[in-house]
Ligand binder design. Structure first.
Ligand code: HTL
Ligand code: MG
Length: 622
């Protein structure tokens, strides 16, 4: 294989132009092989193979900076930059990251995982380059989905204004994880059906032979952009923002892309190259169902079958509950920032299409749209991953909480998420939500409790957050809604000499840790399922007689459950010693969740160790 001899972009440049399609097809095979072994972002990476090959053929990385938005489409980039042999380790403990990561390779220009950051980073780099009097090229590649994010649009606004030299490659496959949304996306579709585009597409192969002519044409069109800057009649929003627009071009014609990039990279000012690609390109079943193959687990390449996921997921538990709630209550409306599948909303979106909204990759917008709905009498549920709600923090305070609006936050993937790594772990939400007045926070132990909390939260009013982890729970029958009082804990094991307080995922660990304790051991276990408000009645009762409390949470120890308990005990004037088991003050890379929990010291072994330190006679090993 040609790619066996490519250990850096320098090696790629030694190949002839007509060998690049072969490289692309080999890269594809390798990406399919690697993803089939251990899962990964297959369809996105397959779609970007030619763009990445052309970029590395033309540019001089790492001197020139190539920025990948999200970084999930960059597998070909990893292979071409000397990481081919490590690819089977991707997303595994100690292995390559599934995204680009500055500390992993000098060729990875940014550390990323969340969408829409590439353009602002590129602008910052352009300022750094120009301030330091340096001269290199900056190329940001962004998907059509990621361009729906406010960060990307606001950066574009600034890039067009400041006219910094850079190329933006819009890798447009008409898909986010699900179908892409938004007016820009709609506009980009209209470009492809314009007669001049279709003609140009047909002519482009012929024109390649005499590249200078059509390129001059393209550029003269582009030059118009300078004139149409601020022209209210401009049809092209990129032109209107001051960014030279070239395209749409075929994002799978690696030779044409090479020609274009060579010429565009020497232009003054910002240029956007709009490349049309196919998500899942080259793998029939992935092309046909890019949603399923966006990020599959390991699979059988021949059969196109993933290893069947078993069990009932937390996401499904939420989706089912929301579907039922919306049937009962016409005010219920579910909002997702581009995570229909991941948040368990496929069924909901079909049953209640009129009360379902995908706002694109715009978490800030999702939160504030919820606020607007609540102000006008609706009962919105913002279904959002813990890690992505970080993007909506100010909106939760400013737009929702100050006026105590009844917005429910259904927070999925709370806690460690595993293979996606440090950018995606949802281990801060308890801390950043607990500090917000009016907020209610629940941590259910199973689907039944999730339903109880949804109902109790709706009844309570005001903003509430219900957080649950990645993984499975027990299925609940339709129509079952347990009564639950918001703010009341549950005692699961009697005993008050020492008491363990845990909730959600860590409650499972606590149950396990206490399983083999002698019956007469006076160690109690509390399901501390409400973090806000705490069950102060129960806590104060416990504090009167207990000799020590252990708190366990899959959240940063700073500011989470343990902190809340300490604060409450301090207000009660209690001097009960507390051992806080939570995520320590460091970032954890990708690995199995259980492995991270062990290293972070929040699993069953850690709980036993803490009890043993208190003097409880308990075997440490599980
Ligand atoms: N919200 C934010 C802020 N960041 C991320 N990464 C997500 C949600 C989740 N997410 C992805 S990949 C992706 C989303 C929504 C779709 C991106 O679409 P795009 O790329 O068109 O940019 P494509 O897949 O090639 O079509 C991940 O978490 C990996
Ligand atoms: Mg896309």
């Amino acid at each position: 294989m040609l790619i066996d001899s490519i250990h850096s972009p320098e090696d790629l440049k030694k190949l002839r132009l007509d060998e690049l399609p072969i490289v692309a097809s080999e890269l594809r095979k390798e990406i399919i092989r690697v993803c089939s072994l251990g899962g990964g972002h297959l369809a996105s990476s397959l779609g970007a193979v030619e763009l990445i090959t052309a970029l590395h053929y033309v540019l001089d990385s790492p001197r020139d900076r190539i920025l990948f938005d999200v970084g999930h489409q960059a597998y070909a980039h990893k292979i071409l930059t000397g990481r081919k042999d490590q690819m089977p380790t991707i997303r595994k403990e100690g292995g390559l990251s599934g995204f680009t990561k500055v500390s992993e390779s000098p060729h990875d220009a940014i550390t990323v995982g969340h969408a829409s950051t590439s353009l602002a980073n590129a602008l910052g780099m352009a300022y750094a380059r120009d301030s330091l009097g340096q001269n290199y090229k900056i190329v940001a590649m962004i998907g059509d989905g990621s361009l729906t994010g406010g960060m990307a649009l606001a950066a574009l606004n600034q890039i067009g204004f400041t006219q910094k030299n850079m190329i933006i490659i819009l890798n447009d496959n008409e898909m986010s994880i699900s179908e892409n949304v938004g007016a820009l996306n709609k506009f980009m579709r209209t470009l492809q059906v314009q007669p001049w585009f279709q003609e140009a597409e047909g002519a482009s192969k012929k024109a390649l032979a005499q590249i200078s002519r059509p390129l001059t044409e393209i550029l003269s069109r582009a030059k118009d952009s300078a004139r149409t800057f601020f022209d209210p009649n401009s049809q092209n929003p990129f032109h209107a923002m001051g960014v030279r627009y070239v395209g749409p071009v075929d994002g799978h014609d690696v030779q044409e892309l090479t020609y274009l990039l060579e010429r565009l990279s020497n232009l003054e000012g910002p240029t956007i190259l709009h490349a049309i690609t196919k998500k899942g390109k080259g793998l029939g079943y992935a092309e046909q169902n890019p949603i399923k193959w966006h990020g599959p687990p390991k699979f059988d390449v021949e059969k196109g079958e993933t290893s069947a996921s078993s069990g009932y997921g937390w996401s499904a538990a939420f989706g089912d509950a929301a579907t039922e709630l919306a049937k009962e209550d016409p005010r219920v409306f579910v909002i997702t920032p581009a995570m229909r599948e991941g948040s368990g909303l496929v069924q909901y979106s079909k049953v209640h299409p009129q009360r379902y909204l995908d706002v694109g990759i715009a978490e800030d917008v999702a939160v504030t749209v919820g606020a607007g709905m609540a102000l006008q009498g609706m009962r919105p549920i913002v279904a959002i991953y813990s890690t992505f709600l970080q993007r909506g923090f100010d909106q939760v305070i400013h737009d929702v909480a100050i006026e105590n609006l009844p917005v429910v936050f259904a927070i999925d993937r709370a806690g460690m998420v595993g293979a996606d790594g440090s950018t995606h772990h949802g281990v801060y939400d308890l801390s950043y939500l607990r500090l917000i007045p009016n907020m209610g926070i629940g941590i259910p132990k199973n689907a039944l409790e999730l339903r109880g909390m949804l109902k109790a939260g709706m009844k309570r009013g005001g903003p509430i957050a219900i957080r649950y982890p990645r993984g499975n729970t027990e299925k609940v029958q339709e129509g079952v809604w347990p009564a639950l009082e918001w703010g009341k804990w549950e005692r699961l094991r009697e005993g008050n000499e020492y008491v363990v307080l845990a909730a959600g995922k860590t409650l499972e660990y606590a149950v396990k840790a206490l399983e083999e304790l002698p019956k007469d051991a006076k160690v109690g276990l509390i399901n501390a399922r409400f973090l806000k408000p705490l069950d102060l009645e129960m806590l104060s009762e416990i504090s009167k007689t207990t000799k020590g409390i252990v708190t366990v949470e899959d959240n940063a120890a700073a500011g989470g459950l343990g902190s809340a308990i300490l604060e409450a005990l301090s207000s009660l004037g209690s001097k009960v010693p507390v051992k806080i088991l939570g995520i320590p003050d460091e970032f954890f890379e990708h690995a199995e969740v259980s492995s991270i929990h062990a290293r972070a010291g929040i699993d069953a072994t850690a709980i036993r160790t803490a009890l043993a330190e208190f003097g409880v006679d308990v075997p440490i090993s599980i």
